[in-house]
Design a protein around this ligand. Structure first.
Ligand SMILES: NC(=O)c1ccc[n+]([C@@H]2O[C@H](COP(=O)([O-])OP(=O)(O)OC[C@H]3O[C@@H](n4cnc5c(N)ncnc54)[C@H](OP(=O)(O)O)[C@@H]3O)[C@@H](O)[C@H]2O)c1
Length: 324
């Protein structure tokens, strides 16, 4: 086994555990977190984050489900993320412990560096979640922490048993190559925006060559950004209403959403679709009962426009540089 394979294998156990067939899911219900985390779905994964501002409510649902014997802790796969304001090495462990306390658990199955952007610390007693701006309004201030410093602090969490595996999110290929230089434990997953308008084949190939699982967020493209009133999303044809996607869906007697999820998973990419609607949650789970043809996969991939919606461009031109 090469050194890189060894470092990649260190926390490898999580991948089969969290998979339902060849994909996994988030059940982040933004209005009804506690109830959402409580409803009985076996082998579930919660994709949480400090920035989502709902970890304590999610923890209430998890605690209730465990206390009432609905699930065991080991049946759940709980993911959380380190926010940008906590990148300085001395901030990583305290904030991870606060997030664990919010979730009412003593370990995370996966803990992810949310963005490769280090911002100035904000004390949680002053404002939580801190968001992008140090003053909570419009003042952007960076921290001096390097990504290497933050990554090593994440590895220390793993060594203490506070997290079972570690991941990165919104990293570009060059940053991934950099991680490889200093990681004692390679990341288990790279979580990225990924849909037919943003296919990123080179980045995905790079991850595959390193044995790093790719997790796609925003699998439906512009849909989830409409509620944020994002102009770019409003100006882009919805994938869920796209003629090509709907034509393929009709061929398989499935919905457009199911085709978009299957397109990703068939290419070996995990998905974490979000829905506040129970029937759509169930629909999003039923995406392994059919296969797209090679031609269908290729036609969907050809919609690529290299179009990113979740760019911190919306926050600042400086932060947009981080994602390319
Ligand atoms: N790492 C990061 O930086 C990052 C960034 C963004 C998101 N994420 C993660 O990725 C998850 C999903 O991404 P996202 O928030 O962009 O949302 P998404 O899953 O791409 O889309 C959610 C939107 O699609 C709708 N929807 C869901 N299932 C549907 C279906 N079967 N048919 C039609 N519409 C459907 C939802 O509406 P209804 O609720 O009405 O069903 C909602 O408007 C998030 O919950 C978060 O955990 C991570």
């Amino acid at each position: 086994m090469s050194d890189l394979e060894y470092r990649t294998a260190l926390t490898r156990t999580w991948v089969p555990r969290c998979c339902v067939s060849d994909l996994y899911f988030s059940f982040l219900l933004h209005e009804t977190y506690a109830d959402g985390c409580y409803s009985p779905v076996p082998d579930r994964l919660f994709d949480g984050a400090c920035d989502y501002g709902n970890e304590s409510e999610c923890g209430d649902g998890v605690k209730r489900a465990i206390d009432e014997g609905l699930v065991k802790r080991e049946d759940l796969f709980i993911v959380s993320k380190l926010w940008n304001s906590f990148h300085d090495k001395e901030r990583v462990e305290p904030i991870c412990k606060k997030q664990l306390a919010d979730w009412k658990v003593d370990y995370f199955d996966l803990y992810i560096i949310h963005f490769p952007i280090a911002l100035k610390y904000v004390d949680p007693s002053e404002r939580y979640p801190p968001g992008f701006f140090v003053d909570g309004e419009k003042k952007l201030e960076f921290s001096k922490a390097s990504l290497e410093e933050t990554y090593h602090a994440m590895e220390a969490l793993y060594e203490q048993g506070l997290i079972k595996s570690l991941g990165i999110s919104n990293y570009v290929g060059s940053l991934l190559l950099d991680v490889e230089r200093y990681a004692k434990i390679m990341p288990q997953t790279l979580q990225i925006e990924h849909h037919p308008y943003l296919v990123q084949p080179d980045l995905i190939d790079l991850c595959k060559s390193r044995g790093i699982a790719v997790t796609a967020y925003s699998s439906f493209g512009p849909s989830s950004f409409l509620e944020l009133n994002m102009q770019r999303a409003q100006d882009t044809p919805l994938l869920l209403e796209h003629d090509l996607i709907n034509g393929i869906a009709k061929n398989h007697n499935k919905t457009a959403a199911q085709v978009l999820l299957r397109w990703a998973t068939q290419r070996g990419i995990a998905v974490i679709p979000k829905s506040n609607n129970q029937s759509r949650l169930a629909q999003n789970l039923d995406v392994c009962s059919f296969d797209l043809s090679k031609e269908e996969v290729e036609k969907i991939s050809a919609l690529d426009k290299d179009l990113r919606f979740n760019s911190p461009t919306n926050v600042s031109a400086h932060t947009s540089l981080a994602l390319g």
